[in-house]
Ligand binder design. Structure first.
Ligand code: T4K
Length: 377
């Protein structure tokens, strides 16, 4: 390794988008005047309003993170018994169901876009089923029409885990418009971040009051505590970061698009690589770049190791499947969802963020292509 390569920084799967230091410092100055740091302060209210406008919805409640948004959306809708969901997701989706005292029932995914396979849902419905919680994984939108029709037929609620879909539109609708509720994550690793943060959007107005109470211990007013809530409030420093980042998010998405286009220029058409395809009708946010290695000259783990040897760290999102987690041993099995199990063994999510340079994309692709020949079968 020469001196220049020595100085190279690690490339991680993502890197947070941040406003300039000066912009954020200027933004948070008023907090020192008011000494109001949390509990639905001015920045909280402003961010909620600006997000409603950006996402094209009147019904949105902010949360401290996406996970608590999901836990409390489930609680607000008073789900019971069994919930049909996907194991091809982050730990949060399954844990939120289990932590509400419910039983996840795992539905397999479709191999085209990795979202829940609607053909396999009805066979999993029992008299204990109360809801479906699918995931718009990597920003790919689930088959919302068919899932909606199945839910209606069987009287089930639908909560979309939309953690990956900030800013997307699908067939002329904002992504917040599907199902009974959707949850979003504004974590530091997401397309739009408020350091940590999240939101629930919902179809029926009554949820606004309940969600606002639940995130503040179920307190309605000083004399009345009506629900067994928790503490899931976004604080003012988070909301201020969100307000700053919201000013730049469209530009950030544009930069992400250029990174994705560069990846496609290098990798499209290489046998054994399955690349992400933009769904028909989707305005994407370029959140992730998942590649499936199937019939390539090297397997997923070999490519991971080769990149890591060059200080490049993609991630195996989403491996292991949540139904294969140690904490669920003996309760669930990845064998019940063979397509998801197949994909989880083969997927690698390549580095993708607004400030990833074209030179770095070129280098990542070069190393990847070298695996095809040097490790080739
Ligand atoms: N549902 C779905 C489908 C989700 O994917 C998630 C979260 C949720 C629900 C729950 O939403 P939140 O409660 O998180 O709002 C990361 C994120 O922490 C997590 O938000 C995200 N999904 C998941 C897919 O990715 P890890 O365990 O991979 O994070 P970590 O710490 O390894 O970070 C990954 C990379 O991000 C680092 O290598 C570098 C970069 N990074 C990380 C942090 C913390 C930054 O650039 N800045 C940072 O501040 O889970």
């Amino acid at each position: 390794m020469n001196r220049q390569e020595d100085k190279r920084e690690k490339i991680l799967v993502t890197r947070s988008s941040m406003p300039s230091y000066e912009e954020y410092i200027e933004m948070i100055k008023p907090i020192w005047d008011s000494a109001w740091m949390t509990n639905m302060g001015d920045f909280h209210k402003q961010l909620e309003q600006e997000l409603k406008e950006y996402m094209g919805t009147d019904r949105l409640v902010l949360f401290v993170n996406g996970h608590m948004a999901l836990e409390m959306a489930i609680q607000a809708l008073e789900l019971t018994g069994e919930v049909i969901t996907t194991p091809f997701t982050f730990a949060s989706t399954t844990h939120a169901i289990v932590r509400n005292g419910l039983t996840p029932v795992f539905c397999d995914i479709n191999p085209a876009d990795y979202t829940m396979d609607p053909d396999k849902i009805e066979a999993l419905i029992t008299e204990r089923t109360s809801a479906i919680i699918p995931v718009h994984v990597y920003g790919n939108i689930c088959d919302v029409e068919r899932i909606g029709a199945i839910a209606k037929k069987h009287g089930l609620k639908v909560i979309y885990d939309a953690a990956h879909t900030f800013g997307e539109r699908y067939n002329g609708k904002g992504v917040a418009e599907f199902g009974d509720a959707s949850i979003f994550s504004f974590h530091a690793t997401k397309v739009f971040n408020s350091i940590e943060g999240g939101a629930v959007t919902f179809a029926e107005e009554w949820m606004d009051h309940r969600l606002n109470c639940l995130k503040n211990y179920g307190i309605v007013d000083q004399d009345h505590v009506v629900w067994v809530g928790g503490n899931a409030k976004m604080n003012e420093f988070q909301a201020a970061m969100g307000l700053c980042n919201l000013r730049h998010v469209d530009e950030e998405i544009g930069k992400r698009r250029k990174v994705v286009e560069r990846y496609m220029e290098h990798l499209d058409g290489i046998p054994g690589l399955k690349l992400p395809r933009c769904q028909k009708g989707l305005t994407p946010n370029y959140a992730y770049f998942p590649v499936i290695f199937d019939g390539f000259g090297a397997d997923r783990n070999q490519v991971y190791d080769a990149l890591a040897a060059n200080d490049i760290y993609p991630r195996k999102y989403f491996y292991p499947l949540t139904n294969g987690f140690q904490c669920y041993e003996g309760r669930f099995s990845p064998e019940d969802t063979p397509v998801a199990a197949y994909m989880a063994e083969r997927v690698l999510t390549l580095p993708l963020y607004a400030d990833l340079s074209m030179e770095d994309v070129d280098r990542i692709c070069r190393i990847l292509k070298e695996c095809n020949t040097s490790l080739g079968k």
